[in-house]
Write a protein that binds this ligand. Structure first.
Ligand code: SAH
Ligand code: DHB
Ligand code: MG
Length: 222
């Protein structure tokens, strides 16, 4: 297998399973035009999040790391009428781009973007009344993951699904001596998960347009 082949397979999957979607494509174009890094989830990953939210029957979704709102759009589309997505973003330009994208998609009433460091937004969310989520997607700065995961648990109930993106990092996650704070953050989450009786978790490696990476899925069971 080679990265060329991974890309070809992502294209193949997209050809058969992801019909042309002008709104989603316009989000990627707007993000590019605004100079945002192309670090959004791939289309087939976005659809995976969409399907997961549908399977869960999620009415309340939390995302940490909005960028231009691409994954937020996939997740918001999975919500039933009256459902709500809150997404946290530190960068004003990213948040503004996402706001414009979600407005064009007609989802600005469904999605609330909260600007600021996720750490602060999560503390505030925990203090709010009736603040719980059925699905939580963690995709912001990797060194923050251990804290975001702990906060996510506080915002969960039995049955909440927590997804963490970028938890394989080209395989670098196996290197205990790796000094990259993103690897250190990911490794700390695996350790937290191993000791956390309230969740049942696994991780899946992925290859494709986004290279070799993977995600963790944790189900809150107690
Ligand atoms: N989920 C998006 C991609 C997110 S990229 C998608 O798939 O479309 C990661 C985002 O996290 C970036 O926009 C970055 O600005 C944001 N971020 C980084 N550090 C953050 C922090 N401390 N608090 C909130 N957001 C943060
Ligand atoms: C980066 C962040 C992501 O969430 C991702 O999926 C890929 C790359 C990054 O910060 O480089
Ligand atoms: Mg990511």
């Amino acid at each position: 297998m080679t990265p060329d082949k991974w890309n070809a397979v992502d294209d193949y999957i997209g050809h058969w399973l992801l019909p042309a979607d002008p709104i989603l494509e316009s989000v990627l174009q707007a993000n590019h035009a605004a100079g945002l890094d192309p670090i959004n989830v791939a289309p087939n990953q976005g659809k995976f999040l969409f399907l997961l939210a549908k399977i869960r029957g999620a009415k309340r979704i939390l995302e940490i790391g909005t960028l231009g709102g691409y994954s937020a759009l996939w997740l918001a589309r999975a919500l039933p009428p009256g459902g709500r997505l809150i997404t946290l973003e530190i960068n004003p330009k990213n948040a503004e781009t996402a706001r414009a994208n979600l407005t064009r998609a007609g989802l600005d009433k469904v999605v609330e973007i909260r600007l600021g460091p996720a750490s602060e937004s999560l503390t505030k969310l925990v203090s709010e009344k009736d603040s719980f989520f059925d699905l939580i997607f963690i995709d912001a700065d990797k060194p923050g993951y251990p804290e975001y995961f702990s906060r996510a648990l506080q915002l969960s109930h039995v049955g909440t699904v927590i997804i963490l993106d970028n938890m394989v990092r080209k395989g670098d996650v196996v290197y205990a001596a790796d000094g990259d704070p993103r690897v250190v953050g990911a490794r700390a989450v695996y350790e937290l998960l191993s000791k956390e009786p309230r969740v049942s978790a696994t991780a899946i490696q992925t290859v494709g347009a986004k290279g070799h990476d993977g995600f963790v899925m944790a189900l809150v069971i107690a």
